[in-house]
Design a protein around this ligand. Structure first.
Ligand code: SAM
Ligand code: SF4
Ligand code: SF4
Length: 379
């Protein structure tokens, strides 16, 4: 597909304008494949660029200060626009939808969007696996309404149980007790398979790894350790602050025996480990942990994730430097069939595999690139 690159006036990344085909496009087959044969299964939708935390690895205060220009409300996709796109993506094979941000619970009336998305169906006629990633700060207030609207699962980010460390890491002096209350509210509301994500930063919270594991072991909540990533261009990432997942597992193994578990789905980001019982086998009552090794072990080979920004740009990789402007189509005189065909063209032209290439890139690679921020496409 011919691509037209608009000169960059945007701070976030290069904007690409999808080609709208004339004539009658082919109906979606539900089985798109990109240039590496990867299907499209997972759509991550960022609903806001705002956040009430300033995690240094994501939205450092020095950059995201009072002079930072967030998007005006009219630039954000409306819920009906998001749902229209989600429906078209699902016809191409998407089964899982994750709402993210910024902090998604800051978007007003989010439960209205959840209800609309919960009403969609996969190509197999099933409900989407609808989930949300949140910092948990507003979860105690919103868990019930989200569940009632049709949210099935939730992932809460929590980097430490130590109040002082947690307050420092969110850099807004937000207490850990309120996030724990949010997790409890999610459980009480009946949200399933709750996960907690901990970004491990060596020298900052890595000594909390075992304590976090002990806290969530046997609760039905799956804790996942995420390697601190070089995403965006503002967090001052350094390799020596990454604690490799292998080290996380070794530290856990020393105190809490683990056994490797098989992946449950192709393209799963986390490697799973189950807590072993006295017989050395996985004891499901104790649950499991996951490690997401985006830095030390690339998993691009199965990556089936597309990302939609709050202003309607489609990104094909977390480390993308360019995004496709779907909002232009939504707000133009463009039919569903044409938007659907544009999405197919874009996915079929995808070859992204940043994590696989990271090691071979020169250290300064990306320095001049407008790599998109995590708070913009949501992880
Ligand atoms: N605000 C919500 C939250 O924190 O859960 C959703 C958006 S946040 C960008 C999504 C996930 O990305 C969070 O789990 C966060 O910890 C993770 N994240 C952000 N920056 C990261 C980085 N540099 N490396 C690894 N994970 C990161
Ligand atoms: Fe906000 Fe989530 Fe980024 Fe932290 S990780 S600054 S909570 S968007
Ligand atoms: Fe997918 Fe890009 Fe991450 Fe590779 S680097 S797993 S292609 S998002």
């Amino acid at each position: 597909m011919a691509e037209r690159v608009i000169p960059v006036v945007d701070q976030r990344s290069t904007v690409l304008v999808p080609t709208v085909r004339s004539g009658v496009p082919a109906a979606p087959s539900g089985e798109l494949a990109d240039l590496r044969g990867r299907p499209l299964r997972d759509l991550r939708i960022s609903v806001t660029d705002r956040c009430n935390f300033r995690c240094s690895y994501c939205m450092p205060k020095e950059v995201f200060d009072r002079n930072y220009r967030y998007l005006p409300h009219d630039d954000l996709l409306r819920f009906e626009e998001i749902t229209r796109l989600a429906r078209l993506f699902m016809a191409h094979g998407v089964r899982k939808i994750r709402l993210t941000g910024g902090e998604p619970l800051l978007r007003k009336d989010l439960e209205r969007l959840v209800a609309q998305l919960a009403g969609l169906r996969t190509v197999e006629g099933r409900r989407p696996d609808l989930t949300l990633t949140t910092n948990g700060s507003l979860l105690a207030r919103k868990a019930r309404a989200l569940k009632d609207a049709g949210l099935r699962r939730v992932t809460v980010s929590l980097d430490s149980l130590d109040d002082a460390i947690f307050r420092r890491m969110n850099d807004m002096d937000f207490p850990v007790a309120d996030v724990l209350a949010g997790i409890e509210a999610a459980q009480a509301a009946g949200l399933e398979r709750i996960k907690v994500n901990m970004v491990v930063k060596r020298g900052t919270n890595d000594h909390e790894v075992v304590r976090m594991a002990r806290h969530f072991r046997g609760t039905g909540i799956t804790l996942r350790f995420i390697e601190y990533m070089d995403v965006g261009a503002t967090n001052g990432w350094r390799m020596d602050e990454v604690l490799p997942s292998a080290d996380v597992i070794a530290r856990l193994q020393a105190e809490l025996p683990l056994v490797p578990l098989a992946a449950t789905a192709v393209g799963e980001t986390a490697q799973r480990w189950g807590y072993a019982g006295p017989d050395g086998r996985h004891d499901p009552r104790l649950g499991e942990v996951g490690v997401i090794s985006s830095v030390t072990q690339a998993f691009c080979g199965d990556c089936n994730r597309a990302r939609l920004s709050m202003e309607g740009r489609l990104y094909l990789c977390l480390f993308a430097t360019q995004g496709w402007d779907l909002r232009r189509l939504l707000r133009g005189e463009v039919s569903d069939a044409q938007i659907s065909a544009a999405i197919a063209d874009i996915w079929q032209g995808r070859s992204d595999r940043y994590s696989e290439l990271r090691a071979s890139l020169p250290a300064e690679a990306g320095a001049g690139q407008r790599r998109v921020e995590m708070s913009y496409i949501g992880g």
